[in-house]
Design a protein around this ligand. Structure first.
Ligand code: TTP
Ligand code: MG
Length: 368
């Protein structure tokens, strides 16, 4: 059972993580060319010696010290720091790293929502019971992203999506910010209003004209006044300023995968226990597949060892199926490379590449 928080009565069940890669495109470039580490690196269109007409996609934190930022004209960035390393956008490279990061983050999630190329919300499983455990969990996520993908990220933890998102940006780069329910107001109120997601330049200007520049002022503003100025958004803005956000973490593009994972009561390397757990998880995945009328083509295995190192392995089949034995057999095959002396903390199994089944195919695959 989630622990109710006595001060606010907000259940800790909705402990929400927001994970955002630091200077994403630039970090990937530095990872590929370690000699660039510590240098101002600007990713964007060609500066053409200062006459380029494009914009900055992003830049390393070293380049930010010169005042360079995303969406700035590349010519201006060049003027601010002509000695910076200017690199073109290599979207294919970043997309590959993004897919790897997202797969890794998904392995840490019970509920998962990717929101852009480099950020996602995570609701962890029941093993994270309170905010102290959440902070440790976040450190493990950060370590894994660094170890497997070679880049840093910042994590925000809060009682809802809004707070976690603001928190992840609070101590960038390589940051971890935990905001407990009882600290939400102290955290939000001193911030400038544009820190609230959705409040852009135009709204910030309008609010300024109303004498509102800090979140606290927005939180206390008369809702009638806000509604007159901003319509329906007025109430939403006031709620957000008060730290209230009821949006759920959900996969936006429909069901893309079905997975289940479980943590062992005690770390184990007993093959009977491990394969037995996989069997149970596979049955649960299968039940969900049938419920949603899906066929799958890819089976994924997730393993986490006692030191929290986490691995995923996938195998794609040549046919669409919903066969439980295919899930079990493939998961066990994928498991074999990990069996040995190291003890498992968690295993998971999932299916991806889903499509709705049509009834003829069901007859062929389910009742051979
Ligand atoms: P962000 O997460 O907004 O920025 P970032 O990861 O570069 O830096 P931060 O440490 O502040 O999170 O965006 C992710 C990527 O999206 C970014 O690396 C490049 C791309 N992007 C653009 O191409 N143009 C833009 O205007 C922005 C904001 C981002
Ligand atoms: Mg980022």
């Amino acid at each position: 059972m989630p622990t109710p928080n006595p001060k606010t009565n907000i259940s800790e069940k909705r402990i929400t993580f927001h994970v955002d890669m630091d200077s994403f495109y630039a970090s990937v470039e530095v990872r590929e060319r370690p000699e660039l580490k510590g240098l101002p690196v600007v990713v964007g269109s060609d500066p053409k010696g200062g006459s380029g007409r494009g914009v900055v996609s992003t830049c390393s934190y070293e380049a930010r010290k010169y005042g360079i930022h995303s969406a700035m004209p590349i010519s201006q960035a060049y003027r601010l720091c002509p000695g910076a390393v200017f690199l073109p956008v290599n979207m294919k490279l970043y997309a590959g790293v993004s897919a790897g990061v997202m797969e890794l983050l998904r392995g840490f999630s019970e509920k998962f929502q990717q929101v852009s190329v480099d950020e996602a919300y995570i609701i962890p499983g029941p093993e994270v019971r309170n905010f102290e455990e959440a902070a440790l969990y976040a450190l493990r996520i950060k370590d894994e992203v660094q170890r497997q993908q070679g880049i840093t990220c910042s994590v925000g933890i809060g009682p809802n999506k809004l707070i976690s998102k603001v928190a992840s940006g609070f101590q960038k780069p390589d940051g971890l910010t935990v905001v407990r329910p009882e600290d939400v107001r102290d955290f939000l109120f001193p911030l400038p209003v544009f820190k609230i997601p959705g409040i852009g330049e135009k709204t910030t200007e309008t609010l300024k004209g109303m004498g509102i520049s800090r979140v606290e002022e927005l939180a206390n503003c008369d809702v009638q006044l806000l509604s007159e100025k901003f319509g329906k958004m007025g109430l939403r803005m006031k709620q957000l300023a008060n730290g209230l956000d009821f949006e759920e973490v959900i996969e936006k593009e429909g069901v893309k995968s079905i997975s289940r994972h479980g943590t062992f009561a005690e770390d184990t390397n007993d093959p009977v226990k491990i394969s037995g757990s996989l069997d149970i998880l596979a049955e649960s995945v299968h039940g969900s597949l049938l419920k949603h009328h899906f066929l799958f083509k890819t089976v994924t295995l997730i393993v986490r060892f006692e030191d929290f190192s986490t691995y995923t392995r996938s195998r794609t089949l040549s046919i669409w199926t919903s066969d439980i034995f295919v899930i079990k057999r493939t998961a066990i095959q994928l498991l074999s490379e990990f069996m040995g002396r190291r003890k498992f903390r968690l295993v998971g199994v999932g299916v991806t590449k889903l499509r709705e089944r049509d009834e003829r195919q069901t007859l062929i695959t389910d009742f051979p």
